[in-house]
Design a protein around this ligand. Sequence first.
Ligand code: NAI
Ligand code: MG
Length: 375
Amino acid sequence: MAKYKIAVLPGDGVGIEVIEAAKIVLDEIALDAEYLHGDIGWEFWCTEGDPLPKRTIDLLKNTDCCLFGAITSKPKEESEKELVPELQGKGLAYYSPIVGLRQMFNLYANLRPARAYPGNPLNYRDDIDLVIFRENTEGLYSGVEFFPLPEEIKSALVKHHTKMAKFKDVPARDIALSSRLFTVEGCERIVKRAFEYARRKKRPTVTVVEKPNVLRETSGLMVRTARRIQKDYPEIELWEANIDAMCMWLVKNPQNYSVLVSSNMFGDIISDLSGQLVGGLGFAAGANIGDDYAVFEPVHGSAPKYFGQYKVNPTATLQAVRLMLEWLGEEEKADRLDRAIALNIKENKIKTYDVGGASTTLEVAKNIAKFYKQG
Ligand code: NAI
Ligand code: MG
């Protein structure tokens, strides 16, 4: 029996093409693994009314981790229209299967590295090496939202919070509310992840990115938690930055920062900002990590306008493979893949359109596999 069981979910559009590229490189890496393909995405929404069928969830439960391509998603009305006729009018609602996976497997840490590979013409600067830990299950994206606001919630808020006085006379039906829910456990586990990573990788600082001067209770909890946990990591400095100022600093002096930790929405924002500093969607990958399962993915979506052309950059997905190898404890293979990716970029010959080339997705993958083979 193979050492690892890995679920592979290509999904839709170019997701299928970048996963094909990843398989070329994985074949060269020859990990002692069994790869199990699963169904996810738009096709299964249209034909079965579920973009994440139960058989796929069962498959994931039977594996060590998952490599995911990308899916297509569409707004509510459009989704409904594309269902096969026999599923229409049954009140089925589309939900994002990747958000579903994060919640179902409690993948609370979203790890997003942003490193400038030498020679990448898209680098904003050549000395950027950031790693972002974004809380992935709570905060403003926890989905606890109301519109209209139920009457009893409005009156409870008026009763318990003096700041509600100014909304007292607004009818509940005219109030929308999205809650920013943080838990002590949620803050602790993401901050610990960031510090553990910094210790393992000998990184000098962890910056907590919040807004505690305004969001006193939620951001305040995150920052206080970070101060407390830092005491267990005396060799690592804790820096504190406000989200708005951090967006300026990341443009002004990104090279000064190392590990960043933040809540769900702020982490989302700095992840995209940081990703664009080092090449954008063709390069950005993320890992969704829980205590005993993880899903690895490129950040980009299904890019329908390029589907079928094998044009998009597979580097983001190969970065996801690198993160997966590292998470599995295959550090040597992870480092070797990282060197192969770096050599492909430095050579600057076999490259996709986003980097100014005309090579195909699979040609880039084959070149990276060749460099991997050479060690
Ligand atoms: P997208 O990420 O699919 O593509 C946006 C643009 O970025 C592309 O048109 C292309 O110019 C560029 N791009 C994306 N990946 C690239 C790559 N590997 N190499 C080079 N260039 C690349 O975002 P878009 O167009 O907003 O969404 C398309 C579909 O994907 C939608 O249905 C959306 O809901 C879904 N989506 C899915 C995600 C996921 O599966 N995690 C994430 C984002 C969007
Ligand atoms: Mg995002």
